[in-house]
Write a protein that binds this ligand. Structure first.
Ligand code: GDP
Length: 723
């Protein structure tokens, strides 16, 4: 079907004539889920059916393409989101109706991890995606991490399709999972492809819109062949009812469908699909597909659904950009004809080619040999290599267009969240929001001679992963690393040993505290040395204001008329960043505040980047003293599931741990307790809960937010530190 008929495609005229895939036939998608729901298996199957790989790997054999890292294979979890491109021709199939029949698509897939310790990976990939497949287990339904991913997808307004996987497992219940998506996730979810049969009788799918059965051929274990037939008699009533409900649900939200509904006209399959596409793109509808990745059932029609319903880069709102210094909004127009602008969303050290910098192009074109400007550092670099990952191959490419996802090789100073642009295009794209690390520990190299190597390696890891931080404790001189959980830090120390060849001794995990301010304050800093020869001159005045909890740190410059020359502003920002690394109360990083440089002065000869950086550091420290600082601690969202007989003991214990009980739900003889508890009180909980419940209760926890540390606890912390 031609693009003009699709209301959601705004303007096909933005394509360069040289690109192989027009923007409207590009899909940048992610696959997200709770751990073990089947993302890796599904990704593998998609790569197989799109012809990118010729043999299927199985997760339990440790051979899948997206599980790149050794530890991932060992631990069986996907830690890094690998970006992979594949191609899908939407074929004409007798009996089925497709929106883009006969057209070929490029699908870029970002595999996202399911473990809560790696939320940053999920956050940053969602930021650059246009759509996501959320995978649910047909037995377990909506699990805590699927809720987290769903919320994150809401935050970034990412349209989605739900895939209810594992319909071959005993106890799989398609309708129950849909019900949970509606009640627990508030998703307007309706099935478009029902599983045909279930458990060991799963044979394929029922296409609700076309009222056809897709039946897989028994003798093809790889699931590459199926036939499209009439729906078997015993499923016809269910299929008809599902279609009637789908049409009514669409009519409730879509005007065109509502009109047909009122006129009592039966919409055609094409009209239904167009309505779904319109609503999905607006994030008002979630199509649900049932199947089994492992049994090779239903993956092809899921890919068709991706192409038909998920947006192209043109269908979504253009990214929000602002001027890097003044923060005035800057328009970024998704088009090959615009100036180049891209967001770095992932940095990955590849053992063969070195640093791979994954980026998403929002506007313009980048060719090998062009220079890019890094808005944060104010530096430019020439691009010598661009690669695209296709299965486990790195393919060198000459040019990338708007909407593309690819990786750069050989660029030096760059960090996750950086905006890269064409020279002279001063715009900063909104970087993903990353949660603050909650746990930290001291590390030191086993061999003293590795000291420098360690600090270099940690620096590299920090560039890759924005939820991983490193700082030096000013009092003890120890190197402290912080991250999202013990597993996260375990993996970091593992990688230090394997990839960087540095073995470390690690201390016990500690709470990662934060500091913040209560009051607005102004600070002034000067570095002036003018005794003979070339001196030093830097002078900065800045304002500090509290931000709401969870907003992190923002800074901007309101300098007008050049009281601080423009070329020194990045140095001031560097100083601010450095000063906020260690607060004045407890030496913890400072957060949730906004800093505005409002004034300063300079000297024609003596001013330098270093002088302005130092002046900014002094100014921040000066302002912190006046801003009424206080300490914050990480609070965890804890879910305990226990036989009801232990509920009382467990509740009492959580309260003693300064926990806030949010709700208690009873399902049969099981109680589900939801609470918020300071992480500081959760050490040793694994053992305590085991002994309280004779080993029968289970719990999961994930970082929720930060809260002020009560005064008596704060005083005890200070006493401890003095000892
Ligand atoms: P991830 O953690 O979400 O990436 O999940 P994996 O793809 O690693 O799958 C977790 C486990 O579930 C593996 O043992 C898979 O073989 C298995 N699995 C995945 N999909 C299915 C399915 O459709 N049916 C069944 N029975 N098992 C599946």
């Amino acid at each position: 079907m031609s693009s003009e008929l699709l209301q959601t495609v705004k303007s096909p005229a933005v394509n360069s004539p040289h690109r192989t895939f027009p923007l409207e036939r590009t899909r940048n998608i992610g696959i997200a889920a709770h751990i073990d729901a089947g993302k890796t298996t599904l990704t593998e199957r998609i790569l197989f059916y799109t012809g990118m790989i010729h043999k299927m790997g199985e997760v339990h054999e440790g051979t899948t393409v997206t599980d790149w890292m050794e530890q991932e294979r060992e631990r069986g979890i996907t830690i890094t989101a690998a970006a992979i491109s594949c191609f899908w021709p939407e074929k004409k199939e007798q009996g089925l109706v497709k929106l883009f029949e006969g057209e070929k698509f490029r699908i870029n897939i970002i595999d996202t991890p399911g473990h809560v310790d790696f939320t940053a990976e999920v956050e940053r990939s969602l930021r650059v995606l246009d759509g996501v497949i959320v995978v649910f287990c047909g037995v377990a339904g909506v699990q805590p991490q699927s809720e987290t991913v769903w919320r994150q997808a809401n935050r970034y307004k990412v349209p989605r399709i739900a895939f209810v996987n594992k319909m071959d497992r005993i106890g799989a219940d398609f309708d129950k999972v849909i019900e949970e998506i509606r009640t627990k996730l508030d998703g307007y979810a309706w099935p478009v492809l029902l599983p045909l049969g279930k458990e060991d009788q799963l044979r394929g799918q029922i296409d609700v819109i076309c009222q056809k059965a897709i039946v897989y051929t028994d003798n093809d274990k790889l699931g590459s062949t199926y036939v499209i037939t009439d729906i078997p008699a015993e499923y016809q009533a269910v299929a008809r009812e599902a279609k009637a409900k789908l049409i009514a649900a669409l009519a409730d939200r879509d005007e065109t469908m509502a009109e047909l509904f009122l006129e009592e006209k039966e919409p055609s399959p094409l009209e239904i699909k167009l309505a779904i596409r319109r609503l999905v793109v607006k994030n008002e509808f979630v199509p649900v597909v049932g199947g089994s990745a492992f049994r090779n059932k239903g993956v092809q029609s899921l890919i068709n659904a991706v192409v038909d319903y998920l947006p192209s880069p043109l269908d979504i709102d253009p990214p929000k950009g602002h001027h890097p210094y003044t923060h005035a909004p800057v328009e970024v127009i998704v088009s090959d004809a615009s100036k180049f602008c891209a967001l770095v969303f992932k940095i990955w050290s590849d053992p063969y080619v070195g640093k791979l910098v994954f980026f998403r192009v929002y506007s313009g074109i980048l060719r090998k040999g062009d220079s890019v400007y890094n808005v944060r550092t104010g530096k430019r670099e020439r691009i010598s290599r661009i690669v695209q990952i296709q299965a486990n191959e790195r393919k060198d490419i000459e040019v990338v267009y708007s909407g593309d996802i690819a990786a750069l090789v050989g660029i030096k100073e760059v960090a996750t969240g950086d905006t890269l642009t064409a020279e002279g295009f001063e715009v900063s794209l909104e970087p993903p929001v990353f949660p603050e690390p909650v746990i930290s520990m001291a590390v030191e190299p086993k061999a003293q001679s590795d000291r420098e190597k360690l600090s270099h390696s940690l620096q590299r890891l920090m560039e890759e992963d924005p939820t991983f931080r490193v700082h030096t404790d000013l009092e003890t001189g120890q190197t402290i690393i912080s991250g999202m959980g013990e597993l996260h830090l375990d993996i970091i120390t593992d990688r230090l040993r394997r990839e960087f060849g540095v073995s470390v001794n690690a201390g016990a995990p500690q709470i990662a505290y934060r500091e913040t301010i209560r009051k607005h304050a102004v600070g002034e800093g000067k570095l002036i040395k003018q005794s003979g020869g070339r001196g030093q001159y830097g002078h900065v005045i800045l304002e500090m204001a509290p931000l709401e909890r969870g907003n992190g740190v923002e800074w901007e410059s309101k300098i007008v008329g050049g009281t601080i020359p423009k070329e020194y502003i990045p140095a001031c920002f560097k100083g601010i960043q450095e000063a906020l690394g260690a607060g004045i109360l407890y030496g913890s990083p400072v957060t949730d505040l906004k800093i505005t440089i409002i004034d300063g002065s300079y000297h024609e000869v003596d001013s330098s980047e270093l002088a302005f950086k130092m002046a900014a550091i002094f100014a921040v420290k000066d302002a912190l003293k006046k801003a009424d600082c206080y300490l914050l601690e990480p609070i965890m969202k804890v879910e305990v599931s226990t036989p009801s007989e232990f509920q009382g003991d467990i509740l009492g214990d959580l309260t003693r741990r300064r926990g806030k009980i949010l709700n208690v739900e009873t399902k049969g003889n099981t109680s589900i307790i939801n609470a918020e508890v300071p992480l500081a009180e959760m050490f040793g909980y694994v053992n305590d809960i085991r002994s309280m419940s004779k080993g029968r209760a289970a719990y999961s926890m994930e970082p929720s937010h930060f809260e002020e540390v009560p005064v008596h606890i704060y005083n005890a912390l200070l006493d401890q530190k003095k000892k």
